[in-house]
Design a protein around this ligand. Sequence first.
Ligand code: ADP
Ligand code: MG
Length: 691
Amino acid sequence: MTSLDDIDVTVLKGVGKALAETLAKLGIHSLQDLLFHLPHRYEDRTRVISMGQLRIGDVAVVEGEVMKADLVMGRRRSLQVTLKDSSGFLVMRFFHFNAAQKNQLSEGARVRCFGEVRPGRAGYEFYHPEYQVNPPPMPSQGEATLTPVYPLTEGIQQPRVRSLCQQALTYLKRYPIRDWLPASIMAQYQLPGISEAVALVHSPPANAPVHLLMEGRHPAQQRLVMEELLAHQLSLLKVRQQIQAREALPLLPTGDLPERFLDALPFRLTGAQRQVMTEIRQDLSQPLPMLRLVQGDVGSGKTVVAALAALQTIGAGAQVALMAPTEILAEQHYQNFKGWLEPLGIQLAWLSGKVKGKPREAALAAVASGEAAVIIGTHALFQGDVHFNRLALVIVDEQHRFGVHQRLALREKGVGGTLAPHQLIMTATPIPRTLAMSAYADLDTSVIDELPPGRKPIETIVIPDSRRDDVTDRVRKACMAGRQAYWVCTLVEESEALQCQAAEATAEELAERLPDLKVGLVHGRLKAAEKAEMMDRFKQGELDLLVATTVIEVGVDVPNASLIIIENPERLGLAQLHQLRGRVGRGEEASFCVLMYHPPLSQNGKARLQALRDSQDGFVIAEKDLEIRGPGEVLGTRQTGMMQFRLADFERDQGWIEPVRAMAPQLMGQPDRVDGLIRRWLGERTRYGDV
Ligand code: ADP
Ligand code: MG
């Protein structure tokens, strides 16, 4: 039977080759794709608003008579059309216009237009509004419908997408969309059928409750939201299923490498580390690829666990790749691992985007020949020219920085043939449990829920930046007493270049004000070698104070550093602050974290810094963050691109997370439904999941 999936968009009137190509950029090829290109919001154009009632920022329809239309020269030439109705005036301003438009909008013409109110020279203005001259009568209140607003790409405008969707809807009667949800689920949650839901969101009937639609809470929208969340969950489970359909090299614990490593450590593993190690050891010895996430708070000792997993792999004669999200962190892992493994006779290789020429060739050769048993680096490890000899374990540190796609790219580099590498993902816990379960549905989870003994709590102090002098003095005292300190400059949303400049300026200023101290500086724009040297000097105690951008956020480990100053903490997320603070409190000394904010703080800002002051438990802080900021922000989807939804909104729709998580495994046994749902919602993006 023909389905909407098989009907090309070119059957629609007005869709030629050029438009089809534009639509393809939106992932739209078939009529079904088009119908799943869903409005992400609505505009209420059902009522004409009196001009006298408009406020800045309103998005509204107004109607009036043209009083005058002038060409205005100003900084940019524009056409300024003044409309009036019985209550007031409004200016429509066009920077691009043609002669016909200008003639049409002449004095006395009746115009209805739709736009967003902005303040202008001549009163309130609409820039480039959609407008109609001599408009037809407005539909009566009972007939008016909301106007859907669609995601766009270059080369296509709202009205075009709207009319294409309306055309596509006419095919729905003959070719209904397959309903992949089991009837039992639809009944349980009282959800409308899929065709009905799709038709409604593209073309909401006049009697549909406006407020529900505007908020995305209409049952038709919720049906689609749930389906989308379910499709994402299924795609993760499917990735897992596909990976585990392949075999892995079973890495039986043989030899004495782990024991020799543990004997050389100056401490004993915590109970939690041992527990997690048992789980990993068990996974690795299976002929099935391990897919394990190790969550553990900052400082809980994930690196040692990673090293033990690496040793089990090396002991079985295979290779390990360890990947970290930043150059500094990767470099530090490299130094740590080198210190631990070289004495055991193990060779390591280092690779980042900045390793070029001869050193790169040498590293690649050592990896390809198997001479290097461990390769450590940044995402440069994904690159095509990296060939492994016998890769059997991939360790990814701080995976929330990577997208799921990158993680999957590495597994293609497995032992060769049909064998897939084992995967160990390590993350601090910036994600509350419920969200984590859904974001990491493809992974088994272990938690290191215990800090090494003897950790002193970090005292956190929140003060305004008007007390900068006191803070500087505190740094001086700590360093004179033999401690070391970090000073973190933040400037989010500005360019990296600006961040680095700010850090440079701060370092200069501090060096001047603290002439007794040796001040160092690290930021993202330094060469890898410079960064490594600076970090090394700080680690060796040659520098007292390290001024840094947030590049030091993750992983950096210098136990003698017991004071960290964070400027403008109000600009950072709680998880990030918690990570930064975790740079101290690693040694014997009492440690301090000074959060030096720029007043005034919002209510929200106050609550967040207070949460940080009151707790040192990453889970508690993450939960608090969730409470204060909502899940969308906490997951930081925009930055990581980890999960991008068409309709679903973690905040509004969190009620679905749990039911969807429970539902997904039950559906997995029905590949039609699973594939149908994934293709429908993730479309081209599912290709990464192909094996
Ligand atoms: P994270 O989980 O944040 O990556 P690390 O692995 O960097 O933590 O460990 C933090 C510090 O704690 C390091 O200096 C590490 O050597 C030390 N450490 C790890 N495990 C233990 C332990 N069981 N006892 C004492 N110190 C430990
Ligand atoms: Mg770490």
